[in-house]
Ligand binder design. Structure first.
Ligand code: ADP
Ligand code: MG
Length: 412
């Protein structure tokens, strides 16, 4: 692992290191990660909102006016009614105990006027940044409009710092910019983990964001001793190996990537374990009828069935690997844990990680939701990160654009 370098530079600007006199009466633009798991307009887990409270409170205590930016889900550059930030504004208002004015846009005259007339102690939440295609394309004119009428920028969206998006990276070109308290806490904790990591190191990866996670697996081949693959991600590997996954979540066009990862793993002396058995069902509900199939025994799926959790043999095998690891990094649930017939894999592997007294790190919105939902003892994990992809990229030793941008930023 000695060939991996990480930027541990201490010169990034931090909110916590500012002279509080400088902050008085200023207008702070804060990027947070309020991309919380939601079902039917209700917030499943508000950990990410709570995570941003210290920074928001710190700014308010220093008589700043605060304008908040976040994305939610993947609306792909269009307004999607179910992805408006109104439920989040309401929850934030409850948690802060003060009025949060929710706006229905991020840019435009109405927003600029609202920013101009803001006074100390006021909080404005702008609309979902990903309603604008300029956000993910990092368009400078959009970043400039976000920055207009503001005095400085605070990066507190740890879950997004691996993205060079307009509200994450672009905006730092137009305002003095610094790390918020959450990003600073994550940065310090993960830096510690990275420096002190011990082998054997196991990565447990699952979840649904296959397109982004498959690249992560490749990057971990030189770092991890074992990679355990669960969740929807495993289906892409099954499909690549010629197993018909029927109606399961799968990325057919990633088959060659999956096969080449398996091949490269051999060369890197990294063991990749795929589930031996899994739980299938036709419906996704709390009363779904399920079957356990074993791929190695040649069990086949029926039309209309989906793979929704790992099976008992896999749970046992993966739990043993976890128990024998000095470092465990976990991102992505092992199954569709939000429904009880498919919760077992995530619950049992979570328990195995909780029981491991060595270094254990968990990250990702849904993974943290699972930890809270199953009532795990948070103090038994070395670090629980609000970021999934960002945490993994940091632990790969990559430069994260949302953090490295804070170095070149000009004076307040
Ligand atoms: P995280 O937020 O922790 O990074 P992801 O967003 O990638 O994780 O994935 C979480 C989602 O993946 C959960 O909502 C879970 O229900 C879903 N999931 C896990 N396994 C499966 C599966 N086999 N089929 C469909 N969805 C799955
Ligand atoms: Mg998620």
């Amino acid at each position: 692992m000695s060939n991996i370098s990480i930027n541990m530079d201490e010169s990034y600007r931090r909110l916590s290191q500012n002279d509080s006199q400088l902050l008085q009466g200023k207008k702070a633009l804060v990027r947070v990660d309020f991309n919380v798991p939601m079902t039917n307009g209700k917030i499943d887990d508000d950990s990410r909102i709570k995570g941003a409270l210290p920074t928001i409170q710190y700014l308010l205590d220093n008589n700043c006016a605060v304008v908040i930016l976040s994305h939610l889900g993947r609306p792909k550059g269009k307004v999607v009614e179910s992805l408006r930030l109104d439920p989040i504004a309401q929850r934030l208002e409850e948690l802060l105990g003060r009025t949060v004015k929710k706006m229905n846009a991020c840019i435009g005259e109405e927003i600029q006027n609202a920013k101009k007339s803001l006074t100390s102690g006021e909080v404005l939440l702008l609309e979902n940044t990903r309603f604008y295609s300029e956000e993910t394309h990092n368009i400078a004119s959009f970043s400039r409009e976000l920055a207009e009428n503001m005095d400085f920028f605070v990066q507190d969206a740890f879950g997004c710092v691996h993205r060079a998006h307009a509200s994450v990276e672009g905006v730092t070109h137009f305002l003095p910019s610094m790390m918020g308290l959450l990003v600073e806490k994550e940065f310090e904790a993960l830096k510690g983990v990275f420096i002190n990591r011990k082998k054997p190191l196991t990565l447990l990866i699952g979840g649904a964001k296959i397109d982004t996670k498959i690249g992560v697996i490749r990057n971990f081949l030189p770092i991890a001793d074992t990679i355990l693959i669960g969740g929807g991600l495993a289906n892409t590997f099954f499909n690549a190996k010629g197993y018909d996954v029927k109606d399961s979540l799968v990325e057919i066009d990633k088959a060659s990537t999956a096969l080449s990862i398996l091949q490269d793993a051999g060369e890197e002396a990294c063991q990749i374990l795929l589930p031996r058995d899994f739980v299938v069902a036709k419906d996704i509900s709390d009363t779904a009828e399920t079957r356990v199939l074993n791929r190695k025994n040649g069990d086949l799926m029926n039309d209309g069935e989906k793979i929704l959790d790992i099976g008992p043999e896999t749970i046992q095998q993966f739990s043993e690997v976890i128990a024998n690891s000095q470092t465990v990094i976990w991102n992505g649930p092992a199954g569709l844990f939000e429904f009880s017939p498919f919760a077992n894999g995530t619950k049992e592997l979570g328990k195995a990680i909780e029981d491991n007294n060595n270094t254990t790190i968990v990250g990702g919105g849904d993974s943290v939701d699972a930890i809270n939902r199953f009532g795990f003892d948070e103090t038994k994990f070395s670090h629980i990160s609000t970021g999934g992809g960002a945490m993994l990229e940091f632990l790969e030793g990559k430069m994260l654009p949302g953090i490295s941008a804070l170095k070149k930023s000009h004076e307040l």
